[in-house]
Design a protein around this ligand. Structure first.
Ligand SMILES: NC(=O)c1ccc[n+]([C@@H]2O[C@H](COP(=O)([O-])OP(=O)(O)OC[C@H]3O[C@@H](n4cnc5c(N)ncnc54)[C@H](O)[C@@H]3O)[C@@H](O)[C@H]2O)c1
Ligand SMILES: O=C(O)CC[C@H](O)C(=O)O
Length: 344
């Protein structure tokens, strides 16, 4: 199938051009519906979706486009489905880079790195050539931090700050674990931080988190009242959650990943509430936490006016320091291996 172009409705107001890669895959199947119904950019913001997948998936993608049409979503103006990066990336405002091979049972992260690094090299170059210079990029395909770094390096004309990777799924997992432990709704848990890599070395950190209980803001440490859990099972459950889903489903997380992508981009575009932060993988240059520069590392960030700022001044004890350094070390190793694969 050549590029498929469907104009659904002509809407007043300027449409945002949003690209989703891996558009025929699992995550995209949940993600596209949420984006096209206004969960991310607002219920009144017209959207043009550009959908990228590889040539053999074009027939499947045709079905996804039919379904999008059949949803009769009022803000979805147009859909362009293609296997051509130029068409997918031209003049886009937002890129959700999902398309990559997922890990299946028995596969190691290194296998993924090799398979996926070249995708992000090619897509970085195409973003550099065709996307708006203001494009906001979230990389989801694993290993997400290192793929985001590859795309960023291959797109030197786009500001580094416009590249991010998804660790919001880890944040949501951490939030849910704490909410369950304290018997409160997830909306009552704020400011959980994910430091580092979206991998099993990540450091989910509840030391600065807040739990609203009986109308009062409590430190999560007080609300949970179980330090051994916070330093033990809580961390390992979040670190291993992706692998646990793969073991159960024989497929990697998709519904929860799609929800997290929507949370990530919505907050980037619309901002975080006063006094709250979220976690995003962003360039580590100039951070105040002693994380080596030149990595895409997950930090606590506040978002306002479409820009992120790392939350400074959180106290880091010896326990946290060790975990933050370990995940940084893994990222540096991944970066070196990835750049060897792509010959840079
Ligand atoms: N960061 C996170 O929190 C997180 C969470 C879940 C999954 N993931 C990762 O997201 C990725 C996608 O997962 P999925 O479950 O949707 O996988 P999937 O296999 O269902 O879909 C991936 C899609 O990407 C397409 N694709 C492959 N190469 C492409 C290319 N060069 N350009 C465009 N599309 C391409 C495939 O054809 C496929 O349709 C995986 O790498 C997975 O590990 C990340
Ligand atoms: O491959 C993995 O171990 C994790 C897959 C995905 O990134 C997730 O977090 O669910």
């Amino acid at each position: 199938m050549a590029t498929m172009h469907k104009v659904f409705y002509q809407l007043p107001g300027k449409a945002l051009r949003v690209c989703v890669t891996g558009a025929a895959g699992q995550i995209a199947y949940s993600l596209l519906y949420s984006v096209a119904k206004g969960d991310v950019f607002g219920k009144d913001q017209p959207i043009i979706l550009t959908l990228l997948d590889i040539a053999p998936m074009m027939e499947v993608l045709k079905g996804v486009v039919m379904e999008l049409q059949d949803c009769a979503l009022p803000i979805l103006q147009e859909v362009i489905a293609t296997a051509d990066e130029r068409e997918a990336f031209t003049d886009i405002d937002v890129a959700m880079l999902v398309g990559a091979m997922p890990r299946r049972e028995g596969m190691e992260r290194k296998d993924l790195l090799k398979a996926n690094a070249k995708i992000f090299q090619s897509q970085g170059k195409s973003l550099d050539q065709y996307a708006k210079k203001t494009v906001k990029v979230v990389v989801v395909g694993n290993p997400a931090n290192t793929n985001a770094l590859i795309a960023m390096k291959c797109a030197p004309s786009i500001p580094k700050e416009n590249f991010s990777c998804l660790t919001r799924l880890d944040q949501n997992r951490a939030k849910s674990q704490i909410a369950g432990k304290c018997s409160v709704p997830t909306s009552a848990v704020k400011n959980v931080t994910i430091w580092g890599n979206h991998s099993s070395t990540q450091f989910p950190d509840a030391m600065h988190a807040v739990v609203v209980k009986d109308g009062k803001d409590l430190k999560a440490t007080e609300a949970v009242n179980d330090d051994a859990w916070l330093k033990g099972d809580f961390i390992t459950t979040v670190q291993k959650r992706g692998a646990a889903v793969i073991a159960a489903r024989k497929l990697s997380s998709a519904m929860s990943a799609a929800k997290a992508i929507c949370d990530h981009v919505r907050d980037w575009v619309q901002g975080t509430p006063d006094g709250e932060w979220v976690s995003m993988g962003v360039i580590s240059d100039g951070n105040s936490y002693g994380v080596p520069e030149g990595l895409i590392y997950s930090f606590p960030v506040k978002l306002s006016g479409g820009k992120w700022t790392i939350v400074d001044g959180l106290s880091i004890d010896a326990f946290a320091r060790e975990k933050m350094d370990l995940t940084a070390k893994e990222l540096a190793e991944e970066r070196d291996a990835a750049f060897e694969f792509i010959g840079n």
